[in-house]
Design a protein around this ligand. Structure first.
Ligand SMILES: N[C@@H](CCC(=O)N[C@@H](CS)C(=O)NCC(=O)O)C(=O)O
Length: 219
């Protein structure tokens, strides 16, 4: 059986959510963050050279990296669900947004967080690049979600699961506002109505309500 190793308040919530949406059996192992450093505990780090979550195990396989884990689970256990067939008109949209989350949005947010934490002045070239990258990514997402119910089109797919962490739980670590992004806020409301999402959060971070409102969460 698949084992999902989840570092609480972290990106691995996506893997739990994916399993819940697919309704596949899995064992969930929870790891609280070190309260001082927010890093993963040694027992989780020992599982894979990446030393970071998500990590899944399946028989003799141990796999890290959200995107690789998504492909693994969708291909092996997905039975065609939550993905888009290469013959469909929206296949390229599906692929683009599946990779956009970790390829563009999450790195842009991390760069902006770094610039903010370093206290760089707004006219610093590094700060400008970082904040522009973040705005550009959020605008792209907002435009798409203002025109389309879900990222790949009319149907909910794995691409929607991949992006949500960066717009919700990530804001605990980098509290940014979504006030200007009504398309994203509407999308988050649709996400929050999904039983599989709520059940994934309840199992992976009991009692936690990921920030979904426009305001930047208080730190
Ligand atoms: N690109 C990786 C990023 C993994 C990652 O940075 N995970 C964070 C959790 S959000 C982590 O484990 N941080 C704690 C640590 O590195 O000790 C993925 O998507 O799997």
């Amino acid at each position: 059986m698949l084992t999902v190793h989840h570092l609480q308040r972290g990106q691995s919530e996506r893997i739990v959510w994916l399993c819940e949406e697919l309704n596949i059996p899995y064992e969930l192992k929870l790891y609280p963050r070190d309260p001082r450093t927010f890093m993963s505990p040694p027992e989780l780090q020992a599982l894979h050279p990446s030393k970071s979550a998500p990590i899944v195990q399946d028989g003799g396989i141990t796999l890290a990296e959200s995107g690789a884990i998504f492909e693994y689970i969708l291909t092996k256990y997905g039975d065609g669900k939550l993905s888009v067939s290469p013959s469909a008109d929206n296949y390229a949209d599906y692929l683009y947004f599946l990779h956009f989350a970790n390829g563009t949005l999450q790195p842009a947010l991390l760069r902006a967080r770094m610039a903010t934490k370093m206290g760089l002045p707004p006219d610093d070239i590094g700060a400008r690049l970082a904040l522009n990258g973040m705005k550009k990514s959020l605008k792209l997402l907002n435009d798409r979600l203002s025109a389309s119910q879900w990222l790949a089109g009319d149907e909910f797919t794995a691409a929607d699961i991949m992006v949500v962490f960066s717009l919700t739980t990530m804001r605990l670590f980098f509290p940014y506002s979504l006030q200007e992004y009504q398309g994203i806020l509407g999308f988050l409301q649709r996400v929050n109505k999904r039983d599989a999402y709520r059940s994934a959060i309840a199992k992976s971070d009991p009692g936690f309500q990921p920030p979904m409102s426009a305001e930047a969460p208080a730190q």
